[in-house]
Design a protein around this ligand. Structure first.
Ligand code: PLP
Length: 367
């Protein structure tokens, strides 16, 4: 049996081992300790935001961003129909209603024209998602948000280091949200981060993240808060990853180039796009298989598996989930993409030979 090639796998080096060991040996294993502040500061600087705030995962980062902006029961928040479930669930946790809008057929990111159609007086925020590492169309989103006075939370959980017109994603909207799950661009095991510029919102998020405890009166909690803290050990891992982020992203982009070369000329397929003026970090390699008579996307996944190659289908439309399908949502582009797309092995640990061997097998399956 050939070695199984997973879709995602973290790339951990000696540096990570050293920093983590240092954190463990220091005794600062919970959420106090020097790596937390260092990681927040350095990550915010990398993104181009004034403040960074660590949290326990990306889902909590989204939830904390929403509550810190005052999103609550009765409000509506616009989200793209094609994303990971956390984008919508975080909205539901606040009591607000996620409103699902369609995406662009090429980038799979939220379509600003569709946002325009669904925005109304109840809308309090828009959450563009930089899906699979490609930036959303931020200028149009920011313009709509400004005109109608609604917040913009960028879900950049899959796009650390991606750029929109020279700006890193997560630095453009009111708050940027990141995940450091094991398969993301950089990892802390589980973890997340908020990036933002406004000090009052930063202070509000910091307060709510730690049980809403008074900063002057210990164990006085004037309102309902949360424990969304990251540990110093996680931040140590994150710090080492952050110091290597440029190498990791360069490798991701290289892997995409290898796939492109390896699949060149193959008919009826498409790979990730990269819109001009934007930088895609290719979190996941996307393969779109246009409809064929006897070969569905799921069949391709099955055949790849038979060759010890892991792949996975695109996200399913969020509006199709039992808890959201009560409304008659109609987002044909998201539905189509979710049926045609799959993610190929994308780990920064992949080598050129491995990618070429995957391409050869894809050619055999599709020809
Ligand atoms: C991973 C991810 C999240 C959630 O992050 P977790 O750390 O797994 O909670 C949110 N949004 C998107 C688009 C993601 O891919």
């Amino acid at each position: 049996m050939k070695k199984f090639i997973p879709v995602g796998e973290p790339f951990i080096s000696k540096k990570e081992e050293i920093y983590v060991l240092q954190a463990v040996r220091s005794g600062w294993v919970s959420s106090l300790g020097p790596f937390i502040k260092k990681f927040e500061k350095r990550f915010a600087k990398y993104i181009g935001s004034k403040f960074g705030l660590t949290v326990s995962n990306g889902t909590n980062a989204l939830h904390l961003a929403l509550v810190s902006l005052g999103i609550k029961n009765g409000d509506e928040v616009i989200v793209p129909d094609l994303s990971f479930i956390a984008t919508a669930n975080a909205v539901s946790y606040t009591g607000a209603k996620p409103v699902f809008v369609d995406v662009y057929p090429n980038t799979f990111c939220i379509d600003p024209n569709e946002v325009d159609k669904k925005i109304n007086s109840k809308t309090k925020a828009i959450i563009p998602v930089h899906l699979y590492g490609h930036p959303a169309e931020m200028d149009s989103i920011m313009k709509i948000a400004k005109e109608l006075d609604v917040w913009v939370i960028e879900d950049a959980a899959e796009a650390h280091g991606a750029e929109y017109k020279g700006k890193k994603v997560g630095s453009i909207g009111d708050i940027g949200v990141f995940s450091f799950y094991g398969n993301k661009i950089i990892t802390t095991g589980e973890g997340g981060m908020l990036t933002l510029n406004r000090e009052n919102i930063f202070n509000r998020a910091k307060f709510l993240k730690d049980h809403a405890m008074s900063t002057t009166d210990k164990y006085w909690h004037p309102e309902l808060g949360f424990n969304y803290r990251m540990t110093n050990v996680q931040a140590a891992l994150g710090m080492a990853q952050l110091e290597r982020i440029e190498t990791l992203i360069r490798k991701k982009r290289k892997i995409f180039e290898w796939y492109k070369e390896g699949l060149e000329g193959l008919e009826g397929i498409r790979l990730n796009p990269e819109t001009s003026g934007m930088k895609n970090v290719f979190w996941m390699i996307c393969l779109i298989i246009e409809e064929r008579k006897n070969l569905s996307r799921d069949k391709v996944i099955q055949k790849l598996r038979g060759n010890s190659i892991d792949s996975r289908p695109f996200f399913k439309p969020l509006s199709s989930m039992p808890m959201y399908k009560h409304n008659k949502w109609n987002n044909p582009v998201a539905s189509k993409a979710s049926k045609e797309g799959l993610n190929l092995p994308s780990s920064a640990k992949l080598g050129k030979e491995e990618v070429f061997s995957i391409c050869k097998i894809i050619r055999k399956i599709l020809n």
